[in-house]
Each structure stands twice: as structure tokens, then as C-alpha cells.
Write a protein that binds this ligand. Structure first.
Ligand SMILES: Cc1cc2nc3c(=O)[nH]c(=O)nc-3n(C[C@H](O)[C@H](O)[C@H](O)COP(=O)(O)O)c2cc1C
Length: 245
């Protein structure tokens, strides 16, 4: 199994160490190859808001030399972990910057069929508050990319660094993550067989109607046409079985 981890900071603090606990639990379930991406090191420029990616093609993004290798690593993975510290009650700026660069891949634009069978895990750490909102931001992005399932975990660590986190708190994080790791691992292992979420289907159908009405030359419309998504094809395929437990 391949898992790509994207960290919203470079620091090996509470966010990084919480992910290591999650990885330890996942490793108990089976062999996993991890690819790790650290922001902002792996994406050093901000989105300029030029709309090149959306309107003219992702290859014209000024930062495509950073962005495309990250997307390739996401596409190559079975599961993706997005981890961010909470800054001002939401994701870190480097993480938000990545999410902005992924917008052109949202279902309302040009999502990839591969994403519809991927499983996500979002993790946030805060001193005291904001993990819920931060995880919502992270999860929304994965939902709009088409992900099949997204699991989440937030930890209030009451510290500015991992060394300041109490042993009791670390034990609690570890035990909380054991259960979630189990679910994430099983879903990732069985990802192709899991039922698609109705919400994803509804977004897809709404966008299909909208995008079909675009100008013939529109890039999103051309892409949907090429995928056959206006005809009988769709990114939803594979056997439908019951939800993972
Ligand atoms: C700029 C900045 C903003 C922060 N904003 C919040 C916040 O809104 N709520 C909160 O509980 N903690 C906040 N914190 C604390 C961090 O979220 C917390 O210490 C986190 O665990 C740090 O993760 P790290 O060790 O991976 O850097 C903030 C920290 C920084 C540096």
C-alpha cells in the first residue's frame, strides 16, 4: 500500500509526531510505502491567482514545477494524509497554498478519475482550539477532488512543541489514533470496492449539467467531453459493496 503524507509545516513538532504515531499504528496492519511532502519546502511560491491552471491549462501555472510533482505523488498513492498545525483557527498558510493550487482538479473543473477511489486522512493539532475547523478545510478539499472516504483526527496538545506535550496527552493521541488507523487502513486496502458517497455523485451530476452548457472551447468542458462524462462514462465504477465498518 502506498501512502503520501503532506505536512503543512516543516517543523518536526506536534503535527509531525502525531502523524508518526498514526504511521506506527498503520504499520502494525501491513506493509506501507510512504512518500512525504513538507510545506513550504516542497511548494515555495504562492498561488498568484492568475487563473492559468483553470482557464488555460495546469502546465501554465507559474509554480507547476512544484505543484505537478506533488500531484503525481497524490495520484500514485492509495491513501493520502494531510496534516496541519492550526494557525489562526485554520490550516497553516503553506497548506492553504497547496489547497489553492489543487482547485483546478476539483470536480467543478477537471478532477481525475483516480481520485474517486482514494482514501484521505486529515489531521490537525492545536494548542487549544480550532482542529475541527482546520480538518473541515482539509476534508472539503479532498471531498471536492472526489475522494471516496476521508477520516479525521484533531488533537489539542496544550503546547507549542511536542517536547511540551504531556505523557498523558501523548498516550491519549496514540490510543485515539489506533482506532482511526484501523479504519483508514481497511478503507484504503479495500478502496476500490467501497461504495461511492451520494454527496460526491450529486456534486458530479450538478457539475455535469453546468459544464455541458459552457462554451465549446472551455477547457473544463473539453476535458469532460474527452473523459466521456457527458455520455455514458463516469468516474464512478467498480463493484459496490457495503461501507467499511
Ligand atoms: C501563528 C500561529 C497561530 C496559531 N494559532 C492557533 C489557534 O488558532 N488555536 C490554537 O489552539 N493554537 C494555535 N497555535 C498553536 C499551534 O496550533 C499548536 O501549538 C500546534 O500543535 C503546533 O504544531 P507543530 O508543533 O507541528 O508546529 C498557533 C501557533 C502559531 C505559530
Amino acid at each position: 500500500m502506498k501512502i503520501t503524507v503532506i505536512y503543512g509545516n516543516n517543523k518536526k513538532g506536534s503535527t509531525y509526531n502525531s502523524v508518526q504515531l498514526l504511521k506506527e499504528k498503520l504499520n502494525e496492519q501491513g506493509k506501507i510505502d510512504y512518500t512525504e511532502i513538507f510545506l513550504p519546502t516542497d511548494l515555495q511560491e504562492f498561488c498568484r491567482g492568475c487563473f492559468n491552471c483553470i482557464l488555460d491549462g495546469e502546465e501554465l501555472c507559474h509554480n507547476s514545477n512544484y505543484v505537478q510533482p506533488i500531484i503525481d505523488k497524490m495520484l500514485a498513492a492509495d491513501g493520502i494524509i494531510l496534516a496541519s498545525p492550526v494557525y489562526s483557527l485554520d490550516v497553516s498558510a503553506p497548506m492553504k497554498n497547496l489547497l489553492d493550487h489543487l482547485c483546478y482538479l476539483w470536480i467543478p473543473h477537471r478532477s481525475r478519475t483516480e481520485f474517486f477511489s482514494k482514501i484521505g486522512f486529515v489531521l490537525a493539532t492545536a494548542a487549544g482550539t480550532g482542529t475541527k475547523r482546520t480538518n473541515k478545510t482539509l476534508k472539503l478539499s479532498l471531498d471536492y477532488l472526489g475522494f471516496k472516504r476521508v477520516y479525521s483526527y484533531g488533537a489539542n496538545v496544550a503546547a507549542s512543541d511536542w517536547s511540551g506535550v504531556s505523557t498523558k496527552k501523548k498516550e491519549k493521541i496514540e490510543s485515539d489514533l489506533a482506532n482511526r488507523a484501523d479504519k483508514f487502513y481497511k478503507a484504503t486496502l479495500n478502496r476500490k470496492k467501497l461504495r461511492y458517497r451520494p454527496k460526491t455523485r450529486v456534486i458530479f451530476l450538478m457539475m455535469k449539467k453546468l459544464i455541458k452548457g459552457y462554451d465549446q472551447a472551455n477547457l473544463d468542458r473539453t476535458y469532460w467531453q474527452e473523459q466521456g462524462w457527458f455520455d455514458n462514462k463516469s468516474p464512478f465504477k467498480g463493484r459496490k459493496t457495503d461501507e467499511d465498518n
